[in-house]
Ligand binder design. Sequence first.
Ligand code: F0G
Length: 457
Amino acid sequence: MNFRTIIEPFRIKSVEAVKFTRRDDRAAALRAAGYNVFQLHAEDVLIDLLTDSGTGAMSSAQWGAVMQADESYAGSRSFYRFEAVVKHLTGFTYVIPTHQGRAAEHILFRTILKAGQVVPNNNHFDTTRANIEAEGVEARDLVIEEGTVPHVLHPFKGNIDLGALERLLEERGPQIPLVMVTVTNNSGGGQPVSLENLRGVRTLCDRFAKPFFLDACRFAENAWFIKLREPGQAGRTPKAIAQEMFSLADGCTMSAKKDGLANIGGFLAMNHAGWAEAARNLLILTEGFPTYGGLAGYDLEAVARGLEEVVEEDYLRYRIRSIEYLGEKLIAAGVPIIRPPGGHAIYLDARALLPHIPPLEYPGIAVANELYVEAGIRGVEIGTVMFGLRSDGTERPGPMDLVRLAIPRRVYTQSHIDYVAEAVIAVAASRSQLRGYRIVSAPKALRHFTAVFEPLG
Ligand code: F0G
């Protein structure tokens, strides 16, 4: 048997009804939400592609483990199972559970950063950048040139520019406390980083005696791309590739809401005893005792099992193919997207789609809002609203103006995705009628979550 159709590698045991709404209702809901899809009631969304974070479906094995969990405050059996799985996968000595990824970031950065320093990364995601900047530290993005141009094809558009990293280490060495690489590169289109690139980072970190941390949220999707695209890797299991990725680093921050296949959870893991001790002390102050870190015992069980399921080949083959399937349909219809499709999402290139709307009138918001009103689909702007505000309060265009359609794991079927493709193509066809937005009010940091917008005439 060698059939071409890649099917969902599961059958559905429990379903949740989605609510169909009318166009007028959606237009009213969006107005009431200040034209910001983050402020919508999720019930009013038909297909929710806001994020792939914490929105996946757990397996029956995960739910079974939930029922078996140990809720002891200290020394829970569920913690030791979680710790064993994370150690086996990452090889790191110290494993610190946190309630989600940004808590791991906060604890790491609060304990090691000092004002005036600079942290290099391929691209920092929004909360990572905000947690670094909150310490008075610069978050420097050094993704390769190809990674900043949506239509340019490259197998590893998430790679960090090793030449630029070397120059930064030479010029600012003493002010660089660690080097980070995000796998896959979320802000840059869910694009993977190659093993070769990670090895290059390792070599530079050894030369300059710097610790190297992965932002590992989507490590399994990254490993699958390495298997597909990197010479010599096709015969390896995604788990072995993931283990090698981790072995090149000294630690990681992780949101288990992505490739942990759980609804909540995360961890900080590392080999540095001193940093781990400082992190544990802050953990106790802000998250919880080190054997639960702000999570229930059942969350630790769900993550432990999720980390085992996420590296299964059948799962990753389906996962990456289902994103590519949506990408192919949009490319065939001439809709500009980041190419090649990423691991967890399709990123519409709103700047290319709406050349008549300048970046400071937020073309990404225009596309995201139209998709909601026309089709009940919720995506998210990753562009000038998310990344365009400077610390002095002035604005500049973000690196790109994108609308991310993130696909929750194991949640939507192929017909849902067919519907999404049809809707995006219809919105793209009506592009000339779309108008920009202005911001009525917004907070100083992470403004995209709560900003209130107004359509321009
Ligand atoms: N790092 C990356 C690359 C992320 O994508 C995220 C979350 C985090 C860190 C923080 O993890 O949410 O568990 O605190 N990204 C989500 C998203 C929210 O929609 O892409 P968290």
